[in-house]
Design a protein around this ligand. Structure first.
Ligand code: SF4
Length: 486
């Protein structure tokens, strides 16, 4: 936060009516202990910077009303962890061409009570000085099912405080109904808001539904946009902040409308399946599968739905490019998908239908894997080495079987049938200068042999045995303790 915002006191408004407000003549008893409001802070930030610092477009700011229904606040938490861009960048308007986001969020808002509610009312009446968007977290309850009119999910109370007036809690569903028609865009964040999620699963006493279900197919925002959906339980924070950023650029005439798929998901984020980018996909292709959690192979047989789930968590990472379900060892349970959780339960059992594809993979893998191993072994040898790898750690080529050599020979012919073989085609002389390594000088070209064999070769050749080549010769005790006594 810029220094001037920390050092300049905000004018207290606790006992003052908000401009244009008539109902608040008395001290704000439901009040704003901070004595400040979000809009004032944003305005200060805008006014203390050169006018074109924040944005080149027509909009300096866009209001955002984050409403919360039947959810766990996980969407809020994951959004706070976003880095590309971060929430801070959006709130301070530091991204070129992106208007500052003036966020009214029930948990992070510095204004409370009627000050918080008052801003929502101003948005509904069209009294704001900039467009606004709605962000909805959690599913929307069917408030017709409530007992004695007490809402399932509510935010604020109306009318704003005045002596003698009876106030009622305002369901978030009502705020959606009131604010959605005038919103520049309506964004559902998380699987509860996008598809219904856990609150709408089997049983569903609250009649929970998604934002799309609530507003209907024909809903369009003031800018003509249907509901935008960023699913996930919880969603990737970066998916959300990136979508909001693209949308703000569009509202500010700095970019075209981003592409959304038929369910209103950002197409560039959700068009691929988890499986296609999974770090374990190679195991799937070769037909090797984890038997239990903690195994390194593909998790499909312990419950992974990745091949049919639209999600980008493995390539993006959960937070700051780190983590993500399969990266962390967890199978995909389909949390970004419509119908979650019911359609993906019981979790952690082999998904129905996967047997066909895993059987095919096993079949293909039984041919492909041995051939790949052969090529891999061959590709791990430099042409010059041929069958003498000069690494002390090397696998001895001579230990491979005749069958292996024969298979390698024919497979090699098959690989390069009617095609040019790249690179050098014959063993090049080892070193043109005639250089030999010290070990080779001492033991001859059998220098690669194992120590016992090497010593034997040296003896046969009458090469001098240098002291210190064995632990005993170097004075180390090699018998296990207590051996002598026995
Ligand atoms: Fe596909 Fe899941 Fe296996 Fe990854 S763990 S390869 S997403 S089935």
């Amino acid at each position: 936060m810029p220094e001037h915002m920390l050092t300049n006191p905000i004018h207290g408004r606790v006992n003052q009516p908000v401009e244009g407000e008539t109902s608040r003549r008395m001290p704000d008893q439901v009040g704003n202990v901070a004595g400040a409001d979000t809009e004032e802070l944003s305005e200060r930030l805008l006014q203390t910077e050169p006018s074109d610092t924040f944005t080149k477009g027509p909009l300096k700011k866009v209001y955002a009303y984050w409403l919360s229904g039947m959810g766990c606040d996980g969407c809020t938490i994951s959004t706070l962890g976003a880095t590309e861009p971060s929430v801070e960048e959006l709130l301070t308007g530091t991204l070129p061409g992106v208007p500052m986001l003036v966020l009214h969020h029930y948990a992070t808002s510095i204004d409370s009570g009627d000050h918080f509610t008052h801003s929502l009312e101003k948005a509904e009446k069209g009294e704001l000085d900039a467009p606004y968007v709605i962000i909805y977290e959690g599913s929307i309850a069917d408030e017709n099912l409530t007992v004695e009119g007490e809402p399932w999910a509510a935010e604020g109370a109306l009318p704003t405080w005045a002596p003698g007036e009876e106030r009622r809690r305002v369901p978030t569903a009502e705020w959606v109904r009131r604010l959605a028609p005038g919103a520049a865009a309506t964004i559902a964040i998380g699987t509860c808001a996008t598809w219904g999620g856990i609150p709408a699963s089997d049983g569903n006493p609250t009649g929970a539904m998604s934002l799309m279900d609530f507003l209907g197919k024909d809903y369009r925002s003031a800018y003509g946009l249907p509901v935008i959906n960023v699913p996930g339980c919880a969603p990737l924070g970066d998916n959300f902040t990136e979508t909001v950023t693209m949308l703000l650029l569009f509202l500010n005439k700095q970019a075209p409308l981003p592409e959304f798929d038929e369910l209103g998901r950002p197409a560039w984020l959700f068009e691929e399946t988890v499986h296609r980018h999974c770090p374990r996909a190679g195991y799937y292709e070769e037909g090797t599968f984890a038997k239990e959690y903690g195994d390194k192979e593909c998790l499909v047989e312990v419950g992974c739905w990745g091949p049919v789930v639209n999600c980008n968590i493995v390539e993006r990472g959960a937070t700051g490019h780190m983590g993500g379900c399969m990266v962390a060892g967890g199978p995909c349970i389909g949390c970004t998908m419509p119908g979650f959780p019911d359609k993906f339960t019981p979790f952690y059992t082999t998904p129905p239908g996967s047997t066909v594809s895993t059987t095919m993979s096993r079949l293909v893998g039984s041919f492909v894997v041995p051939l790949r191993r052969m090529t891999q072994l061959e590709r791990n040898r430099e042409q010059r080495w041929h069958d003498k790898v000069p690494s002390g750690w090397a696998r001895e080529y001579d230990t491979t079987t005749l069958t292996h050599r024969a298979a390698e020979y024919f497979y090699d012919k098959l690989q390069y049938f009617r095609s040019e073989r790249p690179g050098r085609q014959k063993d090049v002389e080892k070193y043109r200068s005639g250089y030999v390594t010290p070990a080779e000088a001492a033991y001859g070209d059998g220098y690669q042999e194992l120590p016992d064999r090497r010593a034997e070769i040296a003896r046969e050749r009458g090469a001098p045995q240098r002291p210190g080549l064995t632990l005993e010769a170097a004075g180390f005790e090699t018998s296990p303790p207590g051996r002598e006594e026995e």
